[in-house]
Design a protein around this ligand. Structure first.
Ligand code: C2E
Ligand code: MG
Ligand code: MG
Ligand code: MG
Length: 277
């Protein structure tokens, strides 16, 4: 109870909250400018077939280098974008950049490559006059199945009925859905059955601790469940050969992580794809 600490304690407490708030507002203003000046970039992390080592998919991850603050993590600025109404223009920028870049890859002869984008549930509920994702994808003459939409499980189940009908319309269009950070939400199993995603991405925290028996049990359970339901499964945050080998033994379809590669610029994706020809 801060009030019990007297006048000084109250001041410090309020002061800390206030400066945190001011930092957020500053970030909001800089982010807004970065979006309108198109200063954000998109990097791509390879998704690797665990069995063959082949790469034909990438995850798009937004990057922001502020001229004062340097690199700012999306984990920090995505929540600010959501809070202050910037997430739709951010998401729209990312989608256009991804479509543009994917078109380059397809034109370069890598026609079977797909890219997944991350979307907040907040971006879907009332699209604010922006065209639906499929219109944008089609405006680049890209097949709808070449863009995958990743949504985080905890948010996916929170606005259940809205999101369910939305996901149904995606699937009807042929746009695949991935449940991101799987296992960290509250209703993992029921959301899988309800939402029937095309892909499940097992959260990095389980892979990090995969040497522990409990985590191992959980991960293999998720993999087996996915196989049974005909869902593709991706392990996130694979950093070591040991983790990769354990996942291979469990018949995990795909792996993603620093063991192979962090997110890289488009030019590096082309080199990666050329190297496996
Ligand atoms: P996510 O979608 O779960 O993305 C995976 C995050 O884990 C990325 O962080 C990636 O760089 C990081 N990562 C990949 N492999 C490893 C590994 O082996 N070890 C470790 N320690 N980390 C690894 P990043 O790029 O900082 O993104 C954080 C989160 O921000 C993403 O989590 C996603 O939820 C969100 N995000 C990123 N880009 C976008 C975007 O364009 N739109 C929206 N709405 N959210 C985005
Ligand atoms: Mg993701
Ligand atoms: Mg994730
Ligand atoms: Mg995440």
């Amino acid at each position: 109870n801060m009030k019990g600490q007297g006048r000084n304690g109250v001041c410090q407490y309020d002061g800390a909250l206030q400066s945190d708030y001011i930092d957020k507002l500053k970030m909001r203003d800089r982010l807004k400018k970065a979006i309108s000046d198109e200063l954000l970039t998109v990097y791509y992390q390879p998704v690797v077939d665990a069995r063959t080592g082949k790469i034909s998919r990438f995850e798009a991850l937004v990057r922001w280098t502020d001229e004062v603050e340097g690199n700012i993590s999306p984990a920090e600025f995505i929540p600010v974008a959501e809070r202050y109404g910037l997430i739709r223009s951010l998401g729209d920028f990312v989608l256009h950049q991804v479509c543009h870049d994917l078109k380059q890859l397809h034109l370069a002869g890598f026609a079977d490559v797909s890219i997944s984008i991350n979307r907040s549930v907040k971006e879907f509920i009332s699209s604010n006059g922006l065209p639906p994702i499929w219109d944008t994808i089609e405006s680049y003459a890209l097949p709808l199945k070449s863009i995958i939409v990743e949504i985080t499980e905890s948010t996916a189940s929170s606005e259940s009925s809205d999101i369910q009908s939305l996901l149904a319309s995606f699937k009807q269009k042929g746009i695949e859905i991935a449940l991101d950070d799987f296992g960290t939400g509250y209703s993992s199993l029921s959301s899988v059955v309800e939402l029937r995603p095309n892909i499940i991405k097992i959260d990095r925290s389980f892979i990090e601790g995969i040497d522990k028996q409990d985590n191992r049990t959980l991960v293999s359970l998720i993999i087996d469940l996915s196989h049974k339901l005909g869902i593709q499964v991706v392990a996130e945050g694979v950093e070591t050969r040991k983790q990769l080998e354990i996942l291979r033994e469990m018949n995990c379809h795909f792996v993603q992580g620093f063991f192979y590669s962090p997110a890289v610029p488009l030019a590096s994706c082309i080199s990666i794809l050329e190297a496996q020809l």
